[in-house]
Design a protein around this ligand. Structure first.
Ligand code: NOJ
Ligand code: CA
Length: 573
């Protein structure tokens, strides 16, 4: 028996249930409507639990469902303890947790605690009386003359400060004007937040995806900084993203609440410096894992890639490989290619005319067996695509409209600005789930809150469920392989060896544990590409019916991906 290195032993001894998580993100507004108001709801989630269990996932992350005026579709919470009536009731949510549990599925809520809604009671009281204790729950500063306190730019466009009527004071909002930032410097506020978290944990929740948490610490600039755009404003990341001193707050959050329970917490944040990974996530970190964005800002449709698959993949490879390599024996990243803030992965990774079963399935294989927690975003498993709009009015999202205005301000014509928005805007992934080929894709019998993508006639869940060769069936196979008792240990805990063989346009990685080795080879181009591979193997997964192999070489067809188990290498290694 091959002995494990000491550090490998250590990781395996500290097993946690969530190391085996295979996640699925639900964007509630667009999942399934059951009362025909055009908005997805909790009964709709319950209705599809059997489908999710059939898919094989074991954790769902639900984007916010708390009471909200929905300025940012739930990321603006006006009462943390109530479920928004458009989604259902607190009782229905508890029933969802119980029904999910019966099927071996755990539930994560979205925890939005960098900011509240401007309709939250705390904020209303703060605005009504700036001397009340609630005023200190928010970030409020005196203006400078007629000007806001400084020229920080909101992440969603415009000034990050909003004047409080009848005063010369301003409140900070790093997101929309209706999402005032909470003042984490205030211990009383922090205590209130911890109680809210505990409230939900008593309902049987398995943990949280923690929204925008890298922004809770602010280092205030007393005056304007040199502007970096025609709006006169400036983005100063170092002062409100992972700002110096944030560790005090994150450490307290962990020690006072998170670490008291056996939960999964996934922070939405980049931890750029690998030396800081263990501090932020993992066994002793602030969180269990993170969703980071090292790979999400790019699109094959971007000017620098101009639909050149090889160029795009070769650009991404070092980013992906480096993280896999460095995470070994240390931390578990959360691996994903889609979420509700991004256009669909097929449109970002694959030239439009080449989107189809092979390209979609190889894209799945590209990330699914890497070391870390794989997460699928609703609709990804059936290959849903972007729905570009003909006018800007087709979009609802405020951030999208602000970006459009910024493009105009920066000199783009309306046509150019819309073209750019169609490529990059986050509402692309928020179109209703395409369940079947009936009216509104089976999402609602009413009027959907957001237009259904007309592709649903030929692209829907029902059709793929009945087809053993569909993308949905392929995702099920991928999940079954990850859960197969023979390979599970390896696929969860095995070392990652990214780029074990080099071929341009092909992503390769191995997973190794004791005597077992699994290799993934994913051709993300429309070319046939030969790859050196000198091992004897068995095919565990292949998105084509055949695999062309000669001694020492595999020839991958366009968008072919394979997962192989090494039986022995030819030269006996
Ligand atoms: C990140 C969320 O994913 C996004 O949808 C939201 O707009 C911002 N945080 C603000 O909460
Ligand atoms: Ca509804």
């Amino acid at each position: 028996m091959v002995l494990l290195k000491d550090d490998e032993k250590m990781v395996i001894q500290n097993k946690k249930w969530w190391h085996e998580a295979i996640g699925y993100q639900i964007y509630p507004k667009s999942f399934q409507d059951t009362n025909n108001d055009g908005i997805g709801d909790i009964p709709g989630m319950i209705e599809h639990l059997d489908d999710l269990s059939d898919l094989g996932i074991n954790v769902i992350w639900i984007s916010p469902i708390n009471l909200s005026p929905m300025v940012d579709h739930g990321y603006d919470i006006s009462d943390y303890l109530q479920i928004d009536p458009s989604f259902g009731t607190n009782e229905e949510f508890e029933r969802l947790i119980q029904e999910a549990e019966k099927r071996g599925i755990k539930v994560l809520m979205d925890l939005v605690i960098n900011h509240t809604s401007s309709q939250h009671e705390w904020f209303k009281r703060a605005m009504a009386d700036l001397d009340s204790k609630y005023a200190d729950y928010y970030v409020i500063r005196e203006g400078r003359g007629e000007e806001p306190p400084n020229n920080w730019r909101s992440m969603f466009g415009g000034s990050a400060w909003e004047k409080i009527p009848g005063t010369n004071k301003y409140y900070l909002h790093l997101f929309t004007v209706d999402q005032p930032d909470l003042n984490w410097e205030n211990p009383e506020l922090r205590q209130e937040l911890y109680e809210i978290i505990e409230f939900w944990l008593t309902k049987g929740l398995a943990g949280f995806r923690v929204d925008a948490i890298s922004h809770i610490k602010k280092i205030y600039d007393e005056e304007n900084l040199p502007s970096d755009g025609p709006d006169g404003l400036v983005t100063v990341w170092e002062n409100y993203r992972d700002a110096l001193g944030i560790g005090e707050f994150l450490g307290e959050l962990r020690d006072r609440v998170f670490s008291k329970q056996d939960i999964l917490t996934i922070a939405e944040m980049d931890v750029v410096d690998p030396e800081k990974w263990e501090e932020y996530f993992g066994d002793n970190g602030y969180f269990s894992s993170i969703f980071d964005f090292y790979h999400t800002a790019y699109s094959i449709q971007g000017k620098e890639f101009a639909n050149d698959s090889e160029k795009f993949i070769e650009f991404l490879k070092p980013l992906v490989y480096k993280k896999q390599e460095l995470a070994n024996d240390r931390v578990f990243f959360t691996n994903f290619i889609e979420n509700h803030d991004l256009p669909r992965s097929l449109n970002r990774f694959i030239p439009k005319e080449e989107i189809g079963f092979h390209s979609a399935s190889v894209l799945g294989m590209f990330y699914f067996f890497m070391r870390g927690i794989p997460v699928i975003y609703q609709g990804q498993e059936i290959g849903m695509v972007d729905y570009p709009k003909e006018t800007i009015d087709g979009y609802i999202d405020l951030a999208t409209h602000n970006n459009y205005q910024d493009y105009l301000l920066n000199g783009l014509s309306e046509t150019e600005a819309l073209a750019q928005i169609n490529i990059e805007n986050r509402e692309n992934s928020r179109t209703p789930m395409q369940w079947n080929s009936q009216t509104n894709a089976g999402f609602t019998k009413g009027t959907p809150w957001f237009a259904v993508n007309p592709t649903y006639h030929g692209l829907n869940y029902q059709q793929q469920k009945e087809d053993p060769h569909s993308l949905l069936s392929f995702y099920k196979e991928m999940i079954q392989l990850r859960k197969n008792p023979i390979y599970k240990e390896l696929l969860v805990y095995g070392r990652a060896v990214p780029g074990f063989v080099e071929a341009s346009g092909v992503v390769t990685y191995q997973r190794k544990l004791e005597k077992q080795t699994i290799s993934a080879l994913c051709n993300l181009t429309n070319q046939t590409i030969a790859v050196d591979y000198d091992a004897k193997f068995e095919v565990l997964l292949n998105n084509y019916a055949e695999l062309d192999c000669k001694t020492g070489q595999l020839t991958l067809l366009p968008y072919q991906g394979v997962i192989l188990e090494e039986t022995s290498s030819v030269n006996g290694k």
